[in-house]
Design a binder for this molecule. Structure first.
Ligand code: G1P
Length: 290
C-alpha cells in the first residue's frame, strides 16, 4: 500500500478543433481518427485503465459527442451482433462502468489550462491524471502505469518527459531539470513554448500528468501565457516549491499524432507489431520502397 491517495480519475481534454487534420475532422473529432482499428482516444483510455484509473472525465465541446458515444453501450449493435452469433469481445475496451464516464464542456477555447479547470467539480479534492490523446505512448507497462508506480513512491505532482532535438523545444512545455534518480528527475522550473535559446533543457512534457487538486485553485487565477492561452504549464510552475514535483522519463515509444507525419508513423509502427497483419504490411512496405 502506498501512503499517497490513489489515482482514480483522469481528465482527457478533447475539445480541440483538430484544424490540422481538416477536412477529415470537419464532422468527426480528431480523437476518433483510427490508428488501424482503434480510435486515438481508445489508446489513451486503455492506458488509463491499465494504470488503475476508474473514472474518465472528458472535457469536450461542440461536435465532440462521438467520443462519448464510443464509450457508451451500443444496444442495437450488441443485440444484432449477438443475434448473428458474433463475439462481442472486440467491444470490451469500449465498456466503461455506468457512472465512470463524465463529460464536461469547455465552452470557449481558452487553452489547455482552462480545459483542465473546466473539470474541477468532477475532480474534486483528489489527485488526478491528465492524458493528451494526441501523444500516443506505447510501452510495457504503459506510460501512466509507470507514472503511477513512481507516484506511489514520491507522491505529489508528476509529468512524463522525453528528450527532443533542440530545434523542437519551442513547440512544447520544457522542464528545468534538477537531481536525477533513475527514471525520476526533480523539476525545478517549467516553461511553455520557450524560444530555443531560452529553453532550460531539451526535456519536454509529453502529455501525461499526475497532479494534486490544488492545481485547480492555481488555474482559477491563471493569466494568459504563451499563445495568449491559459497554460497548464504556467499553473504547474507556480506549484513548484509548495509540493513535490518530478518528471518521469518514460521507458517506451511516443508518437506525436497531432501531426500528420506522426500519425502515419504511428500507424505503420503499430501495424508492424500486429500479428494479424505484420507480414502483409512489411511486404507492402518493401514493394512501395522499391
Ligand atoms: C501541450 C502542452 C505542452 C506539452 C504538449 C505535449 O501543448 O501545453 O506543455 O508539451 O501539449 O504534446 P499543445 O500541443 O497543446 O500546444
Amino acid at each position: 500500500m502506498s501512503a499517497h491517495k490513489p489515482i482514480k480519475k483522469a481528465v482527457f481534454p478533447v475539445a480541440g478543433l483538430g484544424t490540422r487534420f481538416l477536412p477529415a475532422t470537419k464532422a468527426i473529432p480528431k480523437e476518433m481518427l483510427p490508428i488501424i482499428d482503434r480510435p486515438l482516444i481508445q489508446y489513451a483510455v486503455d492506458e488509463a485503465r491499465e494504470a488503475g484509473i476508474e473514472q474518465l472525465i472528458f472535457v469536450t465541446g461542440r461536435g465532440k459527442t462521438a467520443i462519448v458515444e464510443h464509450f457508451d453501450m451500443a444496444f442495437e449493435l450488441e443485440t444484432t451482433m449477438k443475434d448473428r452469433a458474433k463475439t462481442l469481445e472486440v467491444l470490451e475496451p469500449t465498456r466503461i462502468q455506468p457512472g465512470n464516464l463524465v463529460a464536461v464542456r469547455q465552452q470557449v477555447p481558452l487553452g489547455l489550462g482552462h480545459a483542465i479547470w473546466c473539470a474541477r467539480a468532477i475532480v474534486g479534492d483528489e489527485p488526478f491524471a491528465i492524458f493528451l490523446p494526441d501523444e500516443l505512448m506505447i510501452g510495457k507497462p504503459g506510460c501512466m502505469k509507470q507514472m503511477v508506480e513512481a507516484y506511489n513512491e514520491v507522491g505529489g505532482n508528476l509529468i512524463s518527459v522525453l528528450e527532443v532535438p533542440e530545434e523542437e523545444v519551442s513547440s512544447y512545455g520544457v522542464i528545468d531539470p534538477g537531481a536525477r534518480n533513475g527514471s525520476l528527475t526533480e523539476v525545478r522550473g517549467l516553461v511553455e513554448k520557450p524560444k530555443r535559446e531560452d529553453a532550460p533543457s531539451n526535456l519536454i512534457i509529453s502529455g501525461r500528468y499526475i497532479l494534486q487538486p490544488e492545481v485547480m485553485r492555481v488555474l482559477e487565477g491563471q493569466q494568459k501565457g504563451a499563445g495568449g492561452e491559459i497554460q497548464l504549464t504556467d499553473a504547474m510552475a507556480r506549484m513548484i516549491g509548495t509540493q513535490p514535483f518530478h518528471a518521469v522519463t518514460f521507458a517506451g515509444r511516443r508518437y506525436d499524432c497531432g501531426s500528420k507525419v506522426g500519425f502515419v508513423e504511428a500507424t505503420l509502427a503499430l501495424a508492424l507489431e500486429r500479428e494479424d497483419m505484420a507480414d502483409d504490411v512489411r511486404a507492402i512496405m518493401r514493394k512501395l520502397l522499391g
